[in-house]
Write a protein that binds this ligand. Sequence first.
Ligand SMILES: *Cc1c(COP(=O)(O)O)cnc(C)c1O
Length: 250
Amino acid sequence: MGSLTFTSRIMESGITGEPMSDIASNVRSIRERISSAAAECGRSAGEITLIAISKTFPVEAIAAALAAGVECIGENRVQEAEPKILHFQGIASPEWHMVGHLQSNKARRAAELFHMIHSVDGARLARKLSAAASDIGKTLRILLQTDLGGEETKFGLAVDRIRETVEEIAGLPGLRLDGLMTLPPFFQEPERTRPFFARLREVGERLEHEQPGCLGRKHLSMGMTHDFEVAIAEGSTMVRIGTAIFGRRT
Ligand SMILES: *Cc1c(COP(=O)(O)O)cnc(C)c1O
């Protein structure tokens, strides 16, 4: 992916948004911050997957992130993601992650396009994804988006419904439940999100205690540009970083 031909093809494709060189150095600095945050709490940086969230940014910006070694790209809308994903077919093969709210009428297309869906918020959506994934012989990785009760938390499954949902999902073909995700309310002060991250980890631990193995890889998708270091300290295994890599969204 870092080959000269690939890089020069990106260079020639015209740059909009954050300049390429900035994206590459942003990726380097985020990786360093992930490593220090992990080291500070005695974790290995290798346990933490960086997902670059490219919503609103063009394929050139994604190409720059891929050239800088990013392997996972996240988008939050199926309609916006589709042309980007199709663009890279035959050029590069990142893992595509759907991190935004997913309407059930888009489930089939999402199951076809993405490798992982972070925003599964109930058994009904899971069944649609399962049917679509089975039809194309694919194993789709999913996370359960969990609503931890913040006032501004708009989507996700209430904590008291997670257990029954996990049980319902367990038998569905074509899906692999890999863990939990949360999108806490925004606080200026990142430390204020810590209780949400700690809570998601506890919810995961309790589920694993009650039904060992139910969360597959035990992933915790939590932490964004302004609070990912706190999330790592609380056990995050997937950080979703947009602004710090691609720049401000307009
Ligand atoms: C946009 C988005 C992100 C990235 O947010 P930044 O603050 O720009 O890092 C992460 N997760 C979800 C679900 C998003 O929609």
